[in-house]
Design a protein around this ligand. Structure first.
Ligand code: FES
Ligand SMILES: [Fe+2]
Length: 452
């Protein structure tokens, strides 16, 4: 077997006894097939260990997943480890400064290699019997092997990895989604000007939400609940996802301010040549996404308690801090805000059917000095508060859907991105070989004109 053959992963391995993407139990097939559009999912999607195992294999195993910012691994040997269900993955910068990704499993007898979330290594040394791998994944040392032992057959199992505008994505599948190049090009166009390849990590906070990962994502994709986010509402207009047709009276004033701020912001974007138009293909392609640059409230500069920049040294040498925010949503599990002064990246990493790690990473200019150009508390204040509020919402949701009394309820039109997320999710499951017949309800989640 060649090195290449021996290191690729496959998506057809059994997930749990009786659950594999190619041979789904009828119970799971029926669940997917009878999903009703514009209604929340049935309880097993949030609670059933078999659905969770399927999600890891069929959703996380077949998508490009945002794993880290390049700024998290600036030097050769720097690594992070990522856990996706039962998978553990290493993302490391090699000696040629290329980003690599491997399964965190020793090729001897399978011990987990790196136990920490992050660190720096010269080589990757297994703590069990000291098999030693280079940061390129090659096996460099294995004691007391026979003369015909071929170390080239026992390199670490590679995982596909690529960087886009300073963001690292990995894909477990042997054959990666064909449409990612196109989406990556769009992300490069919009995010590239923020120059995140010259950024550093100012803060990173992990929060374990007591819910299924899909409840984390559904909650992220709507602002129907934004009255519960007083800190966030100081800078993000809480009309997100609304149209003039479904806007409640309580938000009329916010919409008026947004219209005024948008007109000014567009003049700035045009002057600087920054793309801003909304592009949205959340459930009409394999790599679902939404991207838009839009105005912020208050000072209009950043997501802070008054909308003013939290970092004096701006990203990319921008000539103004007043760029609003560039928002990016990627299916299945990440979302981002890129401002002039900093960027914040979020990723939802499934731990178990009812536990999800939400990792928030704040990025600032590589030369920004803590204590002079920014302080971490001001930088992180809004999202620390908002994330805890969201954790409360999704925990309530998990408790509710776990009750035998739960029945799927209707989404409002302002929750169209929740519908789009769920529609994308069901659509991806429906492409599994186990589905020979068409699954209903896979029309795109249409919505009104979101232009203000
Ligand atoms: S399991 Fe890693 S060296 Fe033995
Ligand atoms: Fe929220």
């Amino acid at each position: 077997m060649s090195e290449e053959d021996s290191t690729m992963t496959t998506t057809t391995e059994p997930v749990r006894r009786g659950v594999s993407p190619t041979a789904l139990p009828t119970r799971l097939r029926d669940l997917v097939a009878r999903r009703i559009p514009w209604r929340s999912l049935e309880a097993p999607f949030y609670t059933d260990p078999d659905v969770f195992a399927l999600d890891i294999e069929a959703i996380f195993g077949r998508s490009w997943i945002f794993a880290a910012a390049e700024a998290e691994i600036p030097e050769p040997g720097d690594y992070v480890t990522i856990t996706l269900g039962r998978y553990s993955l290493i993302v490391v910068r090699d000696d040629d400064e290329q980003v690599r990704a491997f399964h965190n499993v020793c090729r001897h007898r399978g011990a987990r290699l790196l136990m920490e979330d992050r660190g720096s290594v010269g080589n990757i040394v297994c703590a069990y019997h000291s098999w030693t791998y280079g940061v390129d994944g090659s096996l460099r040392f294995a004691e007391s092997q026979s003369a015909d032992f071929d170390a080239s057959c026992y390199g670490l199992r590679h995982v596909h990895v690529r960087t886009v505008a300073g963001l690292v994505f990995l894909c477990l599948a042997q054959e990666t989604p064909e449409d990612f190049d196109e989406v990556a090009g769009i992300v490069e166009d919009y995010v590239g000007p923020h120059d995140l390849t010259h950024a550093k990590v100012a803060a990173q906070i992990d929060l374990v939400e007591r819910c299924n990962w899909k409840l984390t994502m559904e909650n992220n994709r709507e602002c129907y609940h934004c009255a519960g986010h007083p800190e966030l509402n100081c800078s993000i207009f809480p009309v997100y996802g609304y149209t003039p047709e479904n806007l409640p009276p309580r938000l009329q004033g916010d919409a008026e301010r947004l219209r005024t701020a948008t007109a000014e912001a567009i003049r700035t974007y045009d002057a600087l040549g920054l793309p801003y138009a909304a592009r949205e293909e959340l459930d009409t392609r394999t790599t679902g996404y939404r991207i838009e640059r839009e105005a912020l409230d208050g000072a209009g500069e950043s997501i802070t308690v008054d909308g003013a920049a939290a970092v004096r040294r701006l990203l990319a040498g921008f000539p103004t801090a007043k760029l609003g925010r560039l928002g990016l949503h990627l299916q299945p599990n990440s979302w981002f805000h890129f401002m002039a002064d900093h960027a914040v990246a979020f990723t939802a990493l499934p731990i178990s059917p009812d536990r999800t790690l939400v990792r928030s990473t704040w990025l600032v200019h590589a030369d920004a000095v803590e204590g002079e150009d920014y302080d971490v508390e001001s930088l992180t204040h809004v999202w620390k508060a908002t994330n805890l509020q969201d954790a409360g919402f999704v925990e309530r949701a998990q408790l509710g859907v776990s009750s035998p009394a739960y029945l799927p309820g209707p989404y409002s039109s302002t929750e169209y991105q929740v519908e789009a997320f769920v529609n994308w999710y069901i659509g991806r499951l429906a492409t599994l070989p186990a589905f020979s017949e068409q699954v209903d309800g896979l029309q795109p989640a249409v919505h009104g004109d979101l232009t203000w």
